[in-house]
Design a protein around this ligand. Structure first.
Ligand code: ADP
Length: 366
């Protein structure tokens, strides 16, 4: 038996390269008729059966004719509706000179789905606009307060009054800037740098300790665990997990009346549906405060979302605390959920994958 190896011809090779290109390819002649349309261009919703979809044909021919006229490469875009979704398709049009008659030069259009890039750009623009707005407000307040202070320098009680307000606003701004920095680190992080075995009762005790002073000032009782480095364990960045829990406890304090309690506890689950059936540790922070109406519950994890801006501001809130918790949970392959009833109180639950027993260090940590 003899087998012959078929070496592809240049034409076959070129055709295969175009067919398998990771982007759409459309070649248009001088009249705007398609000479070639590859599979990806069909998938992007610009062509059917080798023909351009009429709704987009004019736009594509327009870009092609500009590229032909200017004898160069041009960038453009076209909005495509495909299966109820709107795609932003980016186009790079390149004029292919093949003879001296400019009108007949074919133009090749390279097409790619730029929807995700566009979405991210617009999210980034929104974020920058939000940050600028959120920082402008306290800066404006500082300017007004310092003017007021300068006008009343002969009255020591006014100086104290405005001085304290200035101090509070400045601290809040500092806080917001720190939180923005942690958020951007969390968002940029591909993997967490300081992963280790982390004892759940230990991080609960640490998060409570961080909030003890403000709880005492607000006359609120924090309930949790005595500090010990025992089981259960999760695999994570201790610092970030303590920050996330401390944010939840701090909210419990800020949104509860004096003399109420904020309780932090945990439960262990062998099959947690929230984590696709994996074993988990759920850490619950329960308060008996103002609660959150159903319609707001999903939104509280958004950056800068606050049910009541004035109340949040008066407690030094920035609207970033829960966004940080959500990112910490996500970076640990976990989740955060809320159950709440208006006027009754809230329970926030941080769900984390539990460390399997064989990966758990035996005996107390050193
Ligand atoms: P903030 O700095 O404003 O507290 P967060 O991101 O921590 O920002 O929370 C966002 C908003 O969610 C708060 O402004 C508040 O309206 C609501 N919220 C958060 N935690 C609680 C809670 N335990 N009880 C009632 N409302 C809460």
């Amino acid at each position: 038996m003899s087998s012959t190896h078929h070496t592809p011809s240049t034409e076959e090779l070129n055709a295969a390269i175009v067919a398998h290109a990771p982007f759409g390819v459309v070649v248009l002649d001088g009249d705007g008729h398609p000479l070639h349309v590859n599979e990806q261009a069909h998938k992007l919703g610009l062509a059917t059966d080798g023909h351009l979809v009429p709704r987009y044909a004019d736009d594509l021919a327009g870009i092609a004719s500009m590229a032909r006229h200017e004898q160069r490469t041009l960038n453009g875009s076209v909005k495509v509706r495909r299966g109820g979704r709107k795609l932003a398709v980016a186009i790079t049009a390149t004029c292919l000179r093949n003879d001296d008659n400019q009108d007949t030069w074919p133009v090749v259009l390279y097409l790619s789905d730029a929807s995700e890039t566009k979405r991210m750009e617009s999210a980034r623009r929104d974020f920058v606009a939000n940050v600028s707005h959120e920082l402008k407000t306290p800066v404006g307040a500082l300017a007004l307060l310092s003017e007021a202070l300068l006008e009343t320098t002969d009255d020591p009680s006014s100086v104290t009054y405005f001085g304290q307000k200035i101090n509070k606003e400045a601290l809040r701004m500092g806080n917001m800037i720190n939180e923005l920095i942690s958020l951007s680190k969390l968002q940029g992080a591909a993997s967490l740098p300081d992963m280790a075995e982390v004892s759940v009762p230990e991080i609960i005790a640490a998060a409570i300790a961080r909030n003890q002073l403000s709880a005492d000032n607000a006359n609120i009782i924090l309930i949790g665990y005595a500090r010990h480095a025992g089981a259960p364990f999760v695999h994570g960045d201790r610092q970030l997990l303590v920050t996330a829990l401390a944010n939840l406890i701090s909210n419990g304090i800020n949104y509860s009346p004096a003399t109420s309690t904020v309780t932090t506890s945990y439960t262990e689950h062998d099959h947690d549906d929230a984590l696709g059936g994996e074993p988990s540790v759920r850490i619950h922070v329960t308060d008996h405060g103002i609660g959150i109406a159903g319609k707001h519950q999903a939104r509280v994890f958004e950056r800068f979302f606050r049910v009541d801006k004035a109340r949040s501001r008066s407690t030094g809130g920035t609207g970033l605390g829960l966004a940080i918790v959500k990112h910490v949970a996500a970076n640990h392959a976990g989740r955060v959920t809320v159950e709440s009833e208006l006027g009754k109180g809230s329970t926030f639950t941080l769900i984390l994958p539990k460390n399997s027993p064989d990966a758990t260090p035996q005996g107390p940590a050193q």
